[in-house]
Design a protein around this ligand. Structure first.
Ligand code: NAD
Length: 330
């Protein structure tokens, strides 16, 4: 099928072209993100292939449909950026990549925890400047600490396993508890209890109307003093303004973000020569106990290959009229 890939970077091109040898789709790569203004680029294509910050709202979907697009291939797991009702009304089918490497994201969450705790980011810079002082670098043993996992789907389950592996006690909250995790020693509790008891809280639930600003001033108020908060889920799970206040008050001890509420238009490209206009992220960047990565938790070669493979396979299923294994419905 003829597929227009939006928000395409060099690494997308590399892995999609390599995997496409087995599928034979016609792929055209666009650097631009998909939105209403760029939707006409897809006129004449059977499908569009999009990533997390492409905006598939109702006007964009209408513009795509009028250009003949019938298929949306999400090369990611989350689909909060798609107006599912508008897509259904336009008779457009959608498929996603439900699991490309839960290990990649879970391991990145662990990397954020280890870095924030042992301050290796600061130690790296110090030592390179000939400063071997240990002042301010003290961390704590993860062993014996309590970690709270919010959302124990594919990624949260792997993450909980990693934390059990370093000797943490694991609490979890999910709408559907995982019996296998319970058997391995994870204790499911109510969300407020998790907030009250955990030393480290890591978010692995999807962004939905129910989870928007899940971590707000109320939730932060319940947490232990000095709590470490990790978000590799979606930016808007956290009310960033509330967390800035909690950081200023010393209530949050460390914050690790791979995703940010207003990351659209900022993440995935180089803005180093520009004035940073987002005051909220600018403020976050001033805290020594905040570590931000630019939505790179998924970014391993294994995951990129799996993403390309499943996306192209989804397109083949759509083209052949087969049932879509990874369909997203309204
Ligand atoms: P998944 O669907 O396997 O698991 C999500 C879990 O969250 C499910 O167990 C579900 O029951 C639970 N859940 C749903 N609503 C909830 C709520 N209100 N409270 C608590 N739990 C709730 O998804 P996954 O593959 O584990 O991915 C989780 C999220 O991670 C995705 O939705 C996506 O937003 C994010 N993600 C981020 C990256 C990254 O690079 N940073 C990469 C992939 C996925």
């Amino acid at each position: 099928m003829k597929l227009a890939l939006f928000s395409a970077h060099g690494y997308d091109r590399r892995f999609f072209e390599e995997e496409n040898v087995r599928f034979g789709h016609e792929l055209v790569f666009f650097e631009a993100g998909l939105e209403t203004r760029t939707a006409p680029l897809a006129a004449g294509f059977d499908g569009v292939c999009v990533f997390v910050n492409d905006r598939l709202d109702a006007p964009t979907i209408a513009a795509l449909a009028s250009g003949g697009v019938r298929f949306i291939a999400l090369r990611c797991a989350g689909f909060n950026n798609v107006d599912l009702k508008a897509a259904a009304a336009a008779q457009m089918r959608i498929a996603r990549v439900p699991a490309y490497s839960p290990h990649a994201v879970a391991e990145h969450a662990l990397a954020l925890i280890l870095t924030l705790n042992r301050k290796t980011h600061r130690a790296y810079n110090r030592v390179r400047e000939g400063n071997f002082s240990l002042d301010g670098l003290a961390g704590f043993d993860l062993y014996g600490r309590t970690v709270g996992v919010v959302g124990t789907g594919l990624i949260g389950a792997v993450f909980a396993g990693l934390m059990l592996g370093v000797g943490c006690k694991a609490l979890a909250y999910d709408l559907k508890p995982d019996a296998e995790l319970e058997r391995r020693g994870v204790e499911y509790v109510a969300l407020d209890e998790l907030y009250r008891r955990a030393d480290i809280i890591s978010l692995h639930c999807p962004l939905t109307p129910a989870t928007q600003h899940l971590i707000d001033a109320r939730a932060l108020g319940l947490m232990r003093d000095g709590v470490m908060l990790i978000n590799t889920g979606r930016g808007a799970l956290i009310d960033t303004r509330a967390v800035v206040e909690a950081l200023k008050a010393g209530r949050v001890g460390a914050l690790g973000l791979d995703v940010y509420e207003q990351e659209e238009g900022l993440f995935f490209s180089d803005h180093s020569g520009e004035v940073l206009l987002d005051d909220l992220i600018a403020r976050l960047l001033t805290f020594p106990n905040v570590l931000i990565t630019g939505h790179q938790a998924f970014f391993t070669e294994d995951a990129l290959r799996a993403i390309a493979n499943v996306t192209l396979s989804n397109a083949r299923e759509f083209e052949s009229g087969a049932l879509l294994s990874h369909e997203v419905r309204a």
